[in-house]
Design a protein around this ligand. Structure first.
Ligand code: FAD
Ligand code: NAD
Length: 470
């Protein structure tokens, strides 16, 4: 690369935030250099996050469904699981997607650099990688360096104590498997390892699993999981020691054993931004107490011409937030009028059943003193759910009583992660309960349950017992 070249944009980090920003900037006619310390693009999401976890979860769901179909009179023999082939499939999916990104990059004539980038000044980065050290000059920079797993203090350094990246390698299938953290990573990994044969214990310090979601929304999942796993809520791990026989764990909580031993432990208690050591602070950039870079709705930091997107700028740490922010940063640099101002960013736990929510939760609406109406439709009353053996579910929707408009929704059930997008669109379009009720939904579908929840608020529901007159 010519030492003299000055790029319109240098993007630091090739995850969903970074590669999307780079592609959009190139499509808008800007010269772009994309820097990542890894040779493979895709960041956490493609390499050790969304995609590998969903590939393994697919196998886990099929294993579970093969058991559940017995209630329809169809019996399968217990599965023979070839972990090496399962891993090879996971790796093939990752390879296909990451090499696809290489092609997309090439087609856009984006310059790629492999190495760790650090700001020397606002328009120069020093990149240190396999080819040594080089200076990259730019008119604008986008920081998209992502996040890393939070490590609990005082944890021994032992190969049997894993973070999510280690758990995705399936190095062993532990018999007794402890998961610390009943959030999304904890529950998705529990499902994978349970299907492969582990006995799962989950320790969650708060009073419910997936704490940000409403408790009644998570309940169908919780009721199903508690038949298979030991779930210890309101419980804290107080000490962990590595013994030859296993990892010994002390706990404190209402129903928790004082001590227990496990063959492996996954720590899944959240992630932290990769904001240290970038040189951003030396540029006078603002970083908050939790380590997130501060940006406005145009993804601008307080350092002129330096933008930031994705996990490094704050929660929710989700790939779809990162990609949308990446587009905004690129468009602003290209002189377009753009801002990241979505009405909601949906969340999905890819458990079985899935849990998905968007807009305000009921607890948030109450905390904000919003006068709202709620429609809640249990999937046990859905013909499609019954015929698919998928009655563990609920669809819930909230409407503001003053404006009549939807303010939030949650779906727990098979394919909830797909179904929630109707609610997202309804929120963005300002739909009312009547708008949704009058939208004809095909029968029999799981999507009908969302319309039925709206019909409950609209007063036009006929699929449940007659409603009390308002
Ligand atoms: P990242 O994907 O973290 O990418 C950052 C990139 O920056 C990396 O490639 C890194 O090598 C590079 N980098 C960092 N520092 C430097 C530097 N100084 N120089 C050069 N390069 C650098 N989200 C979802 O929406 N759906 C899911 O289903 C989902 N599942 C997940 C499952 C797991 C197990 C995990 C861990 C996460 C999951 N996530 C999911 C979260 C998702 O992966 C992240 O929100 C997303 O990857 C963030 O994208 P990003 O571009 O901000 O950063
Ligand atoms: P999380 O914040 O979703 O869940 C962590 C859980 O651990 C919380 O419930 C928290 O109360 C609990 N916890 C924290 N400290 C604890 C302690 N000492 N003992 C017991 N419990 C404790 O974090 P995560 O599950 O690690 O996931 C990290 C991020 O990755 C998430 O914020 C999410 O944005 C992203 N992610 C998303 C998906 C998805 O979209 N499907 C999947 C995986 C990860």
């Amino acid at each position: 690369m010519s030492e003299e070249k000055t790029f319109d944009v240098v993007v630091l980090g090739g995850g969903p935030g970074g590669y999307t920003a780079a592609f959009r900037a190139a499509d808008l006619g800007l010269s772009v250099c994309l820097v990542d310390k890894q040779a493979r693009l895709g960041g956490v999401c493609l390499n050790v996050g969304c995609i590998p976890s969903k590939t393994l979860l697919h196998a886990a769901t099929v294993i579970e469904e093969a058991v559940q179909i017995a209630e329809f009179g169809v019996d399968f023999a217990p599965p023979k699981i070839d972990v090496a082939r399962l891993l090879a499939k996971k790796d093939a999916v990752i390879d296909q997607l990451t090499s696809g990104l290489d092609g997309l990059c090439k087609a856009r004539k984006i310059t790629r650099l492999i190495g760790r980038g650090v700001f020397k000044d606002a328009t120069t980065l020093t990149v240190t990688g396999p080819d040594g050290e080089q200076q990259v000059h730019c008119r604008n920079a986008i920081i998209a360096t992502g996040s890393h797993p939070f490590v609990l203090p005082n944890i021994p350094d032992d190969l049997r104590i894993w973070d999510s990246t280690a758990a995705l390698t399936l190095q062993t299938v532990p018999k007794r498997f402890l998961i610390i953290g009943g959030g999304i990573i904890g529950l998705e990994m529990a499902q994978i390892y349970s299907a492969l044969g582990s006995e799962i214990t989950i320790v969650e310090m708060l009073e419910q699993i997936i704490p940000p979601a409403d408790k009644d929304l998570v309940q169908p999942l919780f009721l199903k999981l508690k038949k298979k796993y030991t779930i210890l809520t309101n419980t804290k791990v107080t000490a962990i020691t590595a013994a030859e026989t296993g990892i010994q764990v002390s706990m404190e909580g209402k129903n928790a054993p004082e001590n227990d031993e496990f063959d492996a432990v996954l720590v899944a208690v959240g992630r932290r931004p990769n904001s240290a050591g970038l040189g951003f602070d030396t540029l006078g950039g603002t970083i908050d107490a939790r380590g997130f870079l501060q940006v406005n709705e145009r993804q601008e930091t307080n350092v002129p011409h330096v933008y930031a997107v994705g996990d490094v700028v704050g929660e929710p740490m989700l790939a779809h937030k990162a990609t949308h922010e990446g587009k905004v940063a690129a468009e602003v640099i290209a002189g377009r009028k753009a801002a990241f101002t979505p009405m909601t960013i949906p969340s999905v736990a890819y458990t079985n059943p899935e849990v998905a929510w968007m807009g305000l939760t009921e607890k948030e609406a109450k905390a904000q003193n919003i006068d709202f109406a709620k429609g809640k439709f249990p999937w046990g009353a859905s013909g499609r759910a019954l015929s698919a053996g998928a009655t563990a579910g609920v669809s819930k929707v909230l409407f503001d009583n003053n404006t009549g408009r939807i303010i939030g929704a949650g779906i727990c059930g098979v394919n909830a992660g797909e179904l929630i997008h109707e609610a997202v669109l309804a929120l963005e379009m300002g739909a009312t309960a009547q708008d949704i009720s009058l939208t004809v939904h095909a029968h029999p579908t799981l999507a009908e349950t969302f319309a039925f929840a709206a019909e409950i608020v609209d007063g036009s529901i006929t699929d449940v017992l007659p409603q009390k007159k308002k």
